[in-house]
Ligand binder design. Structure first.
Ligand SMILES: Cc1cc2nc3c(=O)[nH]c(=O)nc-3n(C[C@H](O)[C@H](O)[C@H](O)COP(=O)(O)O)c2cc1C
Length: 444
C-alpha cells in the first residue's frame, strides 16, 4: 500500500485577476468578488486537500517596475487575502486556509488578534503563511532590513504573537452565571515585551484557544513558512507546522531538504514528526503519452514572443526586471537583490554552467519535459500519480502543494482525474476530519 500523503493548494497568483492571460478569463467570473474563490475552495475541500495557502505581496512594486508588474496583471493588482479568508470559511466546513502575512509589517498585536478571531470564527481552521519580504517597506515608512535581519524580526514577531495567544492562563475564563463573573483578570499576563524590533505590552484581548490548556499549543493557528534559505529552513524548524517547500523534486533533494528542517526542529526541542513539509508541484496533465510527447516537442523551440512571456513571468517571480538584459550574455546573479527567494533564483538558474547565455536559461524555462523521465511535469494521470507515490515511498515525503490560481478551470484541470487516481492508490485521504486544520495535518 502506498504511503498516505497530505495535499494542499498554493494560490500562487494571489487575490488578483484569476484567468488573465488565458482563455479561462472568458468565463467572465468576477475576480474581485468572493463567488469564484468560494466555488474553488469547495472543490478543494471535496478533493480532500488539507489547506489552501494564499500568496500575497503588499506592494504594486517599485516605481521603475510598475508597468512590468501591472501590464499582464502578474504582480498587481492584488487585494488583501486576510479579508477573503472568512468568505472561504463560510463556504467550507473542513478546509484550512492560510493567508500570507508579512511579519515585518503587520504589528504582532494586530496579527495575534486578527488570527485569534479567525481561529474562533472558523472553528480552528486558520493558518498564517509567515513571509519576510521587505520590498514593500517604503509603503509603511519602515527601514528595508537585510535578509537575515528580516528573519530575526520574524522570529521575534512569532515569539510575541504566540506569547499574546497564551496570555490567558488556564482557568482565566470563568463564565460563572451565579456571580456573573466572566473572566478572572488576575490570570491574564500583562507582560511587557521590549525587544529589538517590537515593544508592546500584553495581554491580548481575545479569549484563549481550546487545546492550549496545560501549556500546550494545540489550539494555536497553524504556522506555515515558505523561505528556502538556511535562515528560512531554520525558521521552519523552529516555528512552523507546515513548510511550503520549493525545491527540485527528486528523491535526494527532497530527503536533504527534509533533513535540514528536521535538524533545526530537533535543535529546538521539537519533534520533527509534528511538522509537515509539503513540496510545491505544478503538474500538467495530459490524456496520453502521445499527447505528452507532442506537448514536449512543441515547446522545444520557443519564438521570441514566447521567450518574452517567460522573461516577464520570471521578472515577477524573481521580483527583478530581467526584460532589458542581453540574452546572449550569461546572467549576472548580482541583478537579484539579497531578498529574492533562493528557490526562485534556483528555479531559473538550476544547475546550469555560470557561462550559459541567458537565452538558454529562458528557453529551458519555456521547455516542457516528461514527469516520467524527470525532465519536467507533463504526464498522464498515472505517471503523475507514480511520481507522487515514489517520493512518498522513497523520500518519506509528507505531501505536495499544487500551485495555481484559484480559478475553477485551473482547479478542475489539476484535480478532476488526479483525485480518483490518488484515492485508489491510497495516497489521498477520502475525507477531512472535523477537528480543524492542525488535527487534519496530524491525522497521519
Ligand atoms: C514557495 C514560496 C512562496 C512564497 N510566498 C510569498 C508570498 O506569498 N508573499 C511574500 O511576500 N513572499 C513570499 N515568499 C518569499 C519568502 O517569504 C521570503 O521572503 C523569500 O523566499 C526569501 O527568503 P529565503 O531566502 O529564505 O527563501 C515565498 C517564497 C517561496 C519560496
Amino acid at each position: 500500500m502506498a504511503r498516505l500523503q497530505h495535499f494542499g493548494w498554493f494560490f500562487g497568483r494571489g487575490f488578483g485577476p484569476q484567468g488573465w492571460l488565458r482563455p479561462d478569463w472568458h468565463w467572465n467570473l468576477r475576480w474581485d468578488r468572493p463567488g469564484l474563490y468560494q466555488q474553488s475552495a469547495t472543490e478543494l475541500e471535496r478533493a480532500g486537500l488539507d489547506l489552501l495557502i494564499i500568496e500575497d505581496s503588499l506592494s504594486p512594486g517599485p516605481k521603475e517596475q510598475l508597468d512590468l508588474r501591472v501590464r499582464g496583471a502578474l504582480g498587481a493588482p492584488k487585494l488583501d487575502p486576510l479579508q477573503l479568508t472568512p468568505w472561504l470559511f463560510a463556504a467550507t466546513e473542513h478546509l484550512g486556509v492560510a493567508p500570507t502575512v508579512n511579519a515585518g509589517v503587520l504589528p504582532p498585536y494586530l496579527a495575534a488578534r486578527s488570527f485569534a478571531t479567525l481561529q474562533h470564527l472558523s472553528d480552528y481552521r486558520v493558518g498564517i503563511n509567515v513571509v519576510t519580504d521587505v520590498k514593500g517597506s517604503r509603503h509603511f515608512g519602515i527601514p528595508e532590513l537585510d535578509h537575515d535581519a528580516s528573519y530575526d524580526r520574524a522570529e521575534e514577531w512569532m515569539h510575541v504573537v504566540r506569547r499574546l495567544w497564551h496570555s490567558w492562563a488556564d482557568g482565566a475564563v470563568v463564565e460563572d452565571t451565579e456571580t456573573w463573573r466572566y473572566a478572572d483578570g488576575a490570570k491574564l499576563d500583562a507582560f511587557e515585551h521590549r525587544g529589538e524590533y517590537f515593544s508592546l505590552d500584553g495581554p491580548l484581548n481575545a479569549p484563549p484557544f481550546d487545546g492550549n490548556e496545560g501549556g500546550k499549543a494545540d489550539g494555536d493557528p497553524v504556522i506555515v513558512s515558505p523561505g528556502g534559505s538556511g535562515r528560512g529552513l531554520e525558521f521552519a524548524g523552529r516555528n512552523s507546522d507546515v513548510q511550503l517547500a520549493l525545491a527540485r523534486l527528486d528523491v535526494e533533494t527532497v530527503r536533504a531538504y527534509r533533513a535540514r528542517i528536521h535538524e533545526a526542529a530537533r535543535a529546538q526541542g521539537r519533534v520533527p514528526a509534528s511538522l509537515r513539509i509539503l513540496f510545491v508541484l505544478t503538474p500538467e496533465i495530459v490524456a496520453s503519452t502521445e499527447e505528452a510527447d507532442r506537448l514536449v516537442a512543441a515547446s522545444a523551440h520557443p519564438s521570441d514572443s514566447d521567450l518574452h512571456e517567460v522573461i516577464e513571468r520570471q521578472s515577477i517571480i524573481t521580483e527583478t526586471d530581467l526584460t532589458g538584459l542581453d540574452l546572449d550574455r550569461p546572467l549576472d546573479l548580482a541583478v537579484f537583490g539579497q531578498h529574492v527567494s533562493k528557490g526562485s533564483i534556483g528555479g531559473l538558474v538550476g544547475n546550469a554552467d555560470p557561462a550559459t547565455p541567458l537565452r538558454e536559461l529562458f528557453t529551458a524555462k519555456y521547455r516542457k519535459g516528461r514527469i516520467s523521465d524527470g525532465t519536467g511535469f507533463v504526464g498522464t494521470v498515472g505517471e503523475i500519480a507514480d511520481f507522487i507515490e515514489e517520493l512518498g515511498d522513497d523520500a518519506d515525503n509528507d505531501g505536495f502543494i499544487f500551485n495555481g490560481d484559484l480559478h475553477p478551470a485551473t482547479v478542475h484541470r489539476t484535480l478532476d482525474a488526479l483525485v480518483p487516481e490518488l484515492r485508489q492508490r491510497g495516497i489521498l485521504r477520502r475525507e477531512l476530519g472535523g477537528g480543524g486544520l492542525r488535527s487534519n495535518l496530524l491525522d497521519f
